[in-house]
Design a protein around this ligand. Sequence first.
Ligand code: UT7
Length: 310
Amino acid sequence: MVGAVIVGWGTALPDRIVTNADLEAVLDTSDEWITERTGIKERRVGGTTAGLAVAAGARALERAGLHGSDIDQVLLATTTPDRMIPSTASDVQHALGIEGGALDLNAACSGFVYGLVHAHGLIALGARRVLLIGSETLSRVTDWHDRNTAILFADGAGAVVLEATAGTGQLLGWDLGSDGSARDLLYADIGGYLQMDGREVFRRAVRATVDSARRSLERAGIRPSDVALAVPHQANIRIIDAACQRLGIPMERTATVLHATGNTSSASIPLALVDAIERGRLHRGDLVLLVGFGAGMSWASAVIRWEADT
Ligand code: UT7
């Protein structure tokens, strides 16, 4: 049996900060409304999906003490590739000197956790190391005159390196799903802007987060009280609050960065995970629940036992 463990991590955010006050100046909205309804105070905007992915990936490699040539596969979760063809992962592969395979993966905001599970599968089949990145430039597909979406979405990237290990590894339980009948609740046509039925996405997001998390916890054979840290998709603090309350996981054991990042889709979970690591909130042996939902509607969760020294 070959399992996998995370051995490196890194993030990248564009320099430009857009505050709620900046949005107040151009939209019929207010800092008070955005803060109360979403928890977001500011977000980062700029760069390219490949540029952010390369920066986050390079930091993850450095943290792991590895080079691009040590990586067998690069998986790039993104909804905002820089070009339609080729994959943005091929830019990352070239820039980081990776000799193995490269592909983009689009499961919207669930993309990072989808990628995490797929990376474990690749390693079980013989890959030694996988670089998994979530990177987005949602600002490019956001209509900055639409207050329904402009207050939420932003740019950023987060990456982890997974390495093969003898035994079962870190992954204790997982759940991946999708309900394509709800695909029109949140979408962007090619060349178009994000369109969203916010209220309905909100309702389904809470349910999908809770149901998927419960399935992963059950498969891992653990209870919510065993979870040392929950790392949910960073879309809206009220979604996180409602889901954690239903799961019975207190906010003190939940990672949040959305006040500073906004919703960065597939980058949001690694951004929150790495922030928790850097704040010393994660220790070897801790049980971590990662859970995301998004367009599709897709959902994904995983329970891992953290094995790295932080
Ligand atoms: O990664 C997955 C991506 N998407 C999500 O997770 C989004 C999920 N949905 C949400 O986060 C929330 O539904 C929103 C933040 C988008 C909206 O919050 P809400 O509490 O559901 O507000 P609402 O749409 O029910 O609107 C309430 C009021 C409305 O006014 P009336 O009809 O009560 O007079 C809206 O017109 O707030 C108004 N409104 C705003 N006011 C100021 C809507 N957007 C804004 C705004 N600023 N930006």
